[in-house]
Ligand binder design. Structure first.
Ligand code: 6PG
Length: 253
């Protein structure tokens, strides 16, 4: 896999606007080449800001949204409609205003739908499998978007814990998350990495330390990424098959 590349942006709004345009270009390409696009979304400030930027730009109308599938790399296990839900934030920012068939929105289970977070995680593993090519456990995403926490986490894979080391293509239940809310569902790293492109969206000076660690790891080949590096900075393990971009604001670098 090629090593991650850094692209610097002046500020959050430039990062959101330019990433929004890039996302639409990836979707167009995927539809042109394969007739379908699979995107894996993230929550977090920038993860939502890109959808608001697309909404403001008016560019959304250029896409046939019936051909686009939305997945989430993690979700908060709270009830449907709760303001903490990553899917709710993305819907409010843009998705609800588009003509997307309900079956294209692959939403991780909410606490009013599943009586345990384990069942919500199992259901997502099954949903991924349903859309996987023959012999695979999940679809290959055309694009996976990721935020990076100030501690170096991605999705709900946090430092100094076991989850980042899971090697199966599953979604997993996360309890006692250091970032609230405490109960979550997350894709495992192998599922996240089944992506042609992975883009980190990173803004703000509180991300400097984590971004520096990510950039250090970006110099390493896949074989050099040790368990120790992954434990300290889970984001270091995320790499797309064709491309990994660190799209960041100046103050995050
Ligand atoms: O569920 C979550 O909390 C997010 O998916 C998480 O992984 C987020 O992307 C990062 O924490 C960055 O968030 P910010 O962009 O808000 O700093």
């Amino acid at each position: 896999m090629p090593n991650p590349q850094v692209i610097e942006h002046a500020d959050k709004s430039e990062l959101a606007a330019s990433t929004g345009s890039r996302i639409l270009a990836v979707i167009n390409d995927a539809i042109e080449n394969n007739g379908i696009a699979h995107l894996s979304l993230t929550g977090g400030t920038m993860g939502i800001a890109v959808w608001s930027a697309i909404a403001e730009s008016g560019q959304a109308r250029t896409i046939d949204w019936s051909k686009v599938h939305f997945w989430w790399s993690d979700e908060r296990f709270v009830e449907t409609g709760h303001a903490d839900r990553n899917e709710k934030q993305a819907k409010d920012a843009l998705l609800d205003s588009l003509e997307i068939p309900a079956e294209n929105l692959h939403i991780m289970g909410a606490s009013d739908v599943f009586d345990s977070v384990d069942k919500a995680a199992e259901a997502y593993t099954a949903e991924l499998k349903k859309f996987a090519p023959e012999g695979q456990a999940s679809p290959a995403f055309d694009l996976g978007l990721l935020g990076l926490g100030p501690d170096g986490h991605i999705a709900s894979l946090f430092p100094d814990r076991e989850e980042i080391h899971l090697t199966t293509f599953d979604s997993l239940a996360v309890r006692n998350s250091p970032k609230p809310p405490p109960t979550r569902v997350s894709m495992s790293l192998p599922v996240i990495n089944r992506a042609r492109k992975i883009w980190f969206l990173i803004a703000g000076s509180d991300k400097q330390d984590a971004t520096a660690r990510l950039r250090q790891a970006a110099e390493l080949s896949d074989d050099q990424l040790t368990a120790e590096i992954l434990t300290a900075t889970p984001g270091a393990g995320a790499r797309g098959a064709e491309e990994t971009l660190i799209l960041a604001t100046q103050d995050a670098l």
